[in-house]
Design a protein around this ligand. Structure first.
Ligand SMILES: [Zn+2]
Length: 450
């Protein structure tokens, strides 16, 4: 079509009236090009100077090196960090935010949230929640998550693209919240963890991410990208908080997952695989996924494969404590409770072993299984299972930013990165539970909590 247009544009009008539109579009593009030549955009030097702010604090954590910088001074220009140093001089014209004895860290990153879901919506109660209602729930939870110190999240699974809408509303400044890497609906097999098995056959209900077989999963991957997914979430095994499936059993085949990964990677998206059982973990890693979510039955062979492939484990562990204390008042169906009681304690043992063997880890919580805003409680579990506090903090900063493919903009306080900063009262490398009490939050140079 383009070749014909070039040869003789008007001849097309006789055989294809739509070509008139193309021709008009060409004409207006040409006018725009001429206008741009006549009125070029202002150069960097012509733009108004960005506001300069200096944040001073007793300490700031260098998350790359894992060391504290004493008497830290962070100069921010607009939404980015300009410089960071110890005892650095602050020019007179710069506005100073003095955080006194506090410790500053880069904004935290949670790689596994469900902002549009709530703990009260497990099981049958979820069926009465509309997509618009879940989006509004997401707006509330986005604020709670941001105020807890998480300035970036990867949201892996939402109904009706509510997470995509939430991401766009936050980016437009309509509602406060973290930067969101959104998946839209999770892909899964018919009857699997990412389908919905709560209804009888006569309702003929399938979740929107269901796709079976190589051509269907390719199409579904393209579809979720079409509607705004930044990352592809898939269900490689059964799950805990779902009916009619087994967390130990693998669901997608290797061929199906290879097709999803090839399609996603070709289109510039990473793939996060929900996987509990050992076989499902290994198949997903061999298919080339970028992260294994939960990883409850991870074994030595899986750890070896993940290290070879550079696949991140995103453990979601604190949820076990909260769920087992609260499930009775939530009305969770009995088969889900039985699975939780079996899987959650085993997961901790297996994951402690995987930590000791050096599996790459990026921080995740599965917030929605417990109330949003308690995300920081995950750190203490990682430390209990063998990490040092610095290692635990690195999972939610440098490692998480790498998993997201955002290590050029978040995860450390460095020149050129977003001025996403948090502050806590004392030193979280001595007591990691400090991160459960984040006192001050800045996102893109704007104070969001003080
Ligand atoms: Zn999840």
């Amino acid at each position: 079509m383009i070749e014909v247009t070039r040869a003789n544009p008007d001849s097309l009008l006789y055989i294809f009236p739509g070509a008139f539109m193309i021709k008009r579009a060409h004409t207006s593009l040409l006018s725009l090009f001429i206008i741009c030549l006549l009125y070029p955009a202002p150069s960097q030097s012509q733009q108004p100077a960005q506001r300069l702010v200096a944040v001073k604090a007793a300490r700031a954590l260098d998350t790359r090196a894992g060391v504290m910088i004493s008497n830290a001074v962070i100069v921010i220009e607009g939404d980015r960090v300009k410089t960071i140093g110890a005892n650095a001089a602050i020019p007179a014209e710069v506005e100073v935010i003095d955080l006194g004895s506090k410790t500053v860290l880069p904004g935290l990153i949670d790689c596994h949230t469900h902002l549009t879901f709530e703990p009260s919506q497990m099981g049958y109660s979820s069926l009465g929640v509309s997509v618009p209602r879940s989006a509004l729930t997401g707006a509330k939870n986005a604020r709670l998550t941001l105020e807890a110190g998480f300035t970036t999240v990867r949201n892996v699974g939402a109904s009706g693209y509510a997470d995509v809408a939430l991401r766009d509303a936050i980016n437009a400044g309509d509602v406060p919240g973290p930067r969101i890497v959104a998946s839209g609906p999770a892909l899964g097999i018919t009857g699997g963890h990412c389908d919905n098995n709560l209804l009888a056959p006569e309702f003929n209900h399938f979740d929107e991410g269901v796709a079976d077989g190589v051509p269907s999963v390719m199409r579904k991957t393209r579809e979720v990208i079409k509607y705004g997914a930044d990352v592809i979430k898939i269900c490689s095994t059964g799950g805990v908080l779902s009916l009619g499936d087994d967390p130990k059993a693998s669901q997608y085949t290797l061929e199906e997952m290879k097709a999803i990964v090839a399609e996603a990677h070709r289109l510039g998206r990473k793939v996060a695989a929900h996987a509990h059982g050992g076989d499902g973990i290994k198949l997903a890693v061999l298919a080339g996924v970028d992260s294994i979510e939960h990883g409850s039955y991870i074994d030595d062979e899986a750890v070896k494969l993940m290290k070879e492939h550079g696949t991140y484990l995103v453990p979601t562990l604190y949820l076990g404590d909260w769920f087992l204390e609260n499930y009775q008042r939530l009305g969770v169906p009995a088969p889900m409770v039985a699975k939780a009681k079996e899987v959650m304690p085993i997961a901790r043992k297996n994951i402690a072993r995987a930590f000791a063997q050096g599996v790459p880890v990026a921080f995740g919580t599965d917030s929605a299984v417990y109330p949003h805003g308690l995300n920081g409680r995950e750190f203490a579990v990682y430390v209990k299972l063998g990490m040092t506090p610095v290692q635990a903090i690195q999972t939610a900063t440098v490692h998480a930013s790498k998993l997201l493919g955002w290590d050029d903009r978040v995860g450390s306080i460095e020149a050129g990165k977003y001025a996403d900063l948090i502050a806590v009262d004392s030193d979280p490398t001595k007591d990691v539970t400090e991160l459960e009490r984040v006192k001050w939050v800045m996102k893109g140079g704007i104070i969001m909590k003080k």
